[in-house]
Design a protein around this ligand. Structure first.
Ligand SMILES: NC(=O)c1ccc[n+]([C@@H]2O[C@H](COP(=O)([O-])OP(=O)(O)OC[C@H]3O[C@@H](n4cnc5c(N)ncnc54)[C@H](OP(=O)(O)O)[C@@H]3O)[C@@H](O)[C@H]2O)c1
Length: 318
């Protein structure tokens, strides 16, 4: 496939985000699939692993040989997913972990407990996501989408550094194409001002993931961690159905399934050589971070938001 067709799919949104884009691009990937057993002997952690893309990612990583920790916020839903996944892949090394990623104390407790049980971790997929219909605060008093998509993932990764350090560790942030519609929320990261719209809050927090990925990578560079932001296109998952019912009705025959949506997450986690970090990916290719001049932030604004995020997460700026 030519770069021109790929770019046209990307800019036209509907074909690029649905399974049309996946199948057109897929024809160029035959030799690019992670090799069988690519993650043998490696350990991965996937948040929001009981549903949709997280569940498909956990299964995909386990199929490549990884031991996979499924992080869920609801133990019962997690146990159901764990049993189903064991049925789909007998012999898979799967572990159930309970943690609400939006709750920073819960994240700290979870990270400490996990570090006491494992000595290495190779892949972290920050997939847990939500689109709150009305403004909701996390237990720490932050708007829920920024707490779930940015603060929790940052704290979790930072605390897991002792296990991640050294052997090509990779962190994947599952963002969204919706972030193209929003600027970095420099002056109101907690969305305290103006009338709240869940889709805007969601897209702002997903923009933060993409913009901050290079700064996270820089923070963890001495441990060799690469940080990859990506978007899965549109995949027919329980979350998509409940958050965007109208879009789902209109696009349903064309939507990806969770396996197609998870493809680039798994590829970023397992392909060799390691893709360059700090970039934004879709369908195994780095994509622009902006399509509109109006959404561009300055270097100074990026650092302002980074400073806010570090403080809100209770992390040392160093
Ligand atoms: N599907 C798409 O087309 C699409 C497009 C762009 C981006 N995404 C992103 O892809 C990711 C997965 O979404 P999905 O479509 O697979 O939706 P989903 O089926 O609703 O899955 C989301 C998962 O995240 C979990 N979760 C939510 N808040 C959590 C928290 N505070 N702590 C721990 N787990 C939490 C959910 O747990 P419960 O089951 O307990 O609710 C669920 O397991 C999200 O980050 C979403 O923003 C999806």
């Amino acid at each position: 496939m030519t770069g021109l067709v790929d770019t046209a799919l990307d800019r036209a949104v509907v074909p690029g985000y649905t399974k049309i884009g996946y199948w057109v691009r897929r024809r160029g990937w035959e030799r690019d699939d992670p090799r069988p057993g690519a993650l043998h002997g490696r350990r991965a952690l996937v948040t929001g692993a009981n549903s949709g893309l997280g569940r498909a990612t956990a299964l995909g990583l386990a199929r490549l040989g990884a031991s996979v920790h499924l992080v869920v916020r609801n133990e019962e839903r997690g146990r159901t997913a764990l049993e189903e996944l064991r049925g789909e892949l007998p012999g898979a090394d799967l572990h159930l972990e309970v943690c609400d990623i939006s709750d920073l104390d819960a994240v700290r407790r979870f990270a400490a407990g996990l570090l006491a049980r494992i000595d290495r971790l190779d892949v972290v997929v920050h997939n847990a996501g939500a689109l709150p219909p009305e403004r909701t605060e996390s237990v720490d008093g932050h708007e829920l989408s920024v707490a779930t998509h940015v603060l929790g993932p940052l704290v979790l990764t930072d605390l897991l550094r002792p296990a991640l350090a050294g052997r090509d560790p990779r962190v994947v942030l599952v963002s969204s194409g919706g972030m193209y519609t929003q600027r970095l929320p420099v002056h109101d990261p907690d969305y305290r001002r103006g009338s709240y719209r869940g889709t805007v809050a969601y897209a702002r927090s997903k923009r933060m993931q993409v913009t901050l990925a290079p700064l996270m990578q820089q923070r963890w560079s001495t441990d060799g961690i690469t940080v990859h932001a990506m978007h899965p296109g549109w995949a027919d998952t329980p979350g998509f159905a409940s958050s965007l019912p109208l879009l789902r009705t209109v696009t349903r025959p064309l939507l990806r399934d969770a396996v197609l949506g998870a493809d680039t997450i798994i590829w970023l986690a397992a392909t060799e050589p390691t893709p360059p970090g700090g970039q934004f990916w879709q369908d195994r290719a780095a994509r622009p971070e902006h399509y509109h001049k109006a959404t561009r932030e300055t270097e100074d604004e990026r650092h302002q938001v980074w400073a806010w995020v570090l403080e809100a997460a209770g992390l040392d700026p160093a």
